[in-house]
Design a protein around this ligand. Structure first.
Ligand SMILES: Cc1cc2nc3c(=O)[nH]c(=O)nc-3n(C[C@H](O)[C@H](O)[C@H](O)COP(=O)(O)OP(=O)(O)OC[C@H]3O[C@@H](n4cnc5c(N)ncnc54)[C@H](O)[C@@H]3O)c2cc1C
Length: 483
């Protein structure tokens, strides 16, 4: 976007905005705004008209009320690592930046909880409580950067979702600034608050129902022991069948991740894991719990590996080897940069039993478009992440990447799956919601949004389609977003 056509707020409005937070906490220079023109979904870019850094709940409330008075839309932003365009302002609205609200307000390990601000980086919480033997279980691969507020908004998952659940399972209470500016407390310090499940409503609502300014999270006791294994296979079919076999035996690993050959090649360049020649897919399997019984579980997983012709089954021998394996897995998206100029991360869910057929079909879809695909995903949850490799400098390749992505999503829905496992709908998939839900269901969702966000100034055009939001996405990005 040329700098001259960036959205602008008139000077009077900018002065008013500065009066809430101090003018040094408002960014309006074109060059600054360009740094906020996308999240982790980099194919579509739109800068906001201003970025305002907030430091406490009352400020957020004042700004939201000011937006309502002036009919200016706004979007909350944590670290901007989202992968569905959730933190983009679609219509020249402002970004409310929460990354400076990053304090841990209290930790109570006896009750197993902590109260934090939304801009706290996910892994910083675990680091802060690990010496006391606790951790925060949801661990997105982006955990070194993403914020707890973003995790709440997206109901984020991560490799350890399989055993420990997603973000919503670890949230006890929230302070939320509603689009009216009112500040509400939802939940508390324990589970089981009566009435409607408002935690369930706000978690995963992608910032469309209000801005979260304080979070009470559940802390988990670190397991007594953890074992991590790497199983290499000469075909993705064998690896997929091994996934089903592990679960079918009643083993619930803490994590069960798959990386295919292209991903292994990319991570091997950075980390030299010693993955054997001829590997087409690896499984990273982690089990944890009490020491007793772990040897038995490891040998059962080894046996399943052998029964599925694993080329190698290797257990990490110490913490350093274990953390190398996890560095490889969590750095996999980044490593793809060494084998492709651009990639487009997709996110869909399928019933686990459909893994072999769906992976094969994805290969065909991508080959039909003349592209390559690398797969790295939460296999135990059936949560796929096909990374479509292309070259952004070739316009035609972008079109083909979009087409392949759409076909993959349709496939996920056709086999009984869903449009997203953890990255959310954002604006990216808003037009595809009608593939999954009928009109009656969508209008219930839209009604919920209207009840809390009647003017639709709070993160418009995201998560739940309305005729207006789909029109807006179409107006801004054309018809390529399934709209
Ligand atoms: C390399 C990489 C790996 C990833 N791996 C995973 C993974 O394993 N699992 C997973 O689930 N996701 C993953 N993600 C996606 C992303 O990191 C998560 O969605 C994360 O929760 C986003 O957090 P954020 O702070 O960056 O949020 P942002 O991108 O800033 O915002 C995301 C959404 O949350 C809203 N929001 C942010 N803060 C608030 C708030 N305080 N109140 C209300 N709404 C708010 C925004 O408006 C936006 O709609 C990955 C991303 C990358 C780039």
């Amino acid at each position: 976007m040329p700098i001259s056509s960036l959205p602008r707020l008139e000077p009077r409005l900018l002065t008013e905005l500065g009066s809430f937070v101090g003018s040094s906490n408002v960014l309006t220079a074109s060059t600054d705004l360009l740094a906020y023109d996308c999240d982790g979904t980099t194919l579509e870019k739109l800068p906001p008209s201003a970025v305002v850094f907030v430091s406490h709940t009352r400020q957020v409330s004042e700004i939201v009320q000011w937006c309502a008075r002036n009919k200016i839309s706004y979007t909350a932003r944590g670290a901007g690592t989202g992968l569905s365009g959730g933190a983009l302002t679609l219509d020249g609205g402002i970004l409310i930046e929460l990354s400076r609200m990053n304090r841990i307000l209290s930790v109570d390990t006896r009750s197993g909880l902590a109260v934090v601000e939304p801009g706290l980086v996910n892994v910083h919480l675990t680091r802060a409580v690990s010496e006391e033997g606790y951790y925060f279980a949801p661990d997105p691969s982006s955990q070194a950067a993403c914020t707890l507020g973003g995790n709440v908004a997206e109901n984020s998952g991560g490799p350890h979702t399989l055993k420990y659940g997603v973000t919503t399972n670890h949230i006890l209470g929230l302070t939320v600034v509603l689009p009216s500016g009112e500040i509400v407390e939802v939940g508390g310090e324990c589970r089981g608050t009566p009435g409607y499940d408002l935690i369930g409503l706000f978690v995963g609502s992608e910032g469309t129902l209000g801005i979260v300014t304080r979070i009470t999270v559940r802390l988990m006791r670190a397991p007594q022991t953890t074992r991590t294994l790497l199983l290499s296979f000469s075909s993705t079919l064998d690896a997929s069948l091994a996934v089903s076999a592990i679960i079918a035996q009643g083993i619930i690993p803490a994590a069960l991740e798959m990386m295919d050959r292209l991903v292994c090649e990319a991570v091997e360049k950075k980390l030299s894991l010693g993955i054997p020649e001829g590997t087409e897919a690896v499984l990273l399997v982690e089990i944890d719990g009490f020491e007793a019984g772990q040897d038995d579980l490891v040998s059962r997983i080894e046996t399943i590996g052998s029964a599925h012709d694993a080329l190698q089954v290797r257990a990490a021998r110490n913490d350093a080897e274990r953390s190398d394996l996890w560095r490889a897995r969590k750095g996999a998206f980044g490593a793809i940069g060494s084998i492709s100029p651009s990639y487009y991360t997709h996110d869909g869910v399928i019933p686990r039993s459909k893994l072999p057929e769906v992976l094969a079909r994805i290969d065909e879809i991508v080959a039909e478009e003349g592209l390559r695909v690398a797969n790295v995903f939460h296999a135990g949850d059936g949560n796929l992440h096909p990374l479509l490799l292309f070259d952004e400098r070739e316009a035609d390749q972008i079109v083909r990447a979009h087409r392949a992505g759409e076909a993959i999503l349709r496939l996920c829905v056709e086999v009984g799956g869903s449009l997203t496992g953890e990255h959310g709908i954002g604006f990216e998939k808003i037009g595809a919601m009608s593939w999954l839900f009928d009109e009656a269901t969508l209008s219930v969702m839209h009604g919920v949004r209207l009840a809390l966000n009647p003017d639709q100034l709070c993160n418009p055009g995201k998560a739940v389609p309305s005729p207006a939001s789909c029109r807006e996405v179409r107006r801004v990005f054309g018809s390529k977003r399934y709209a």
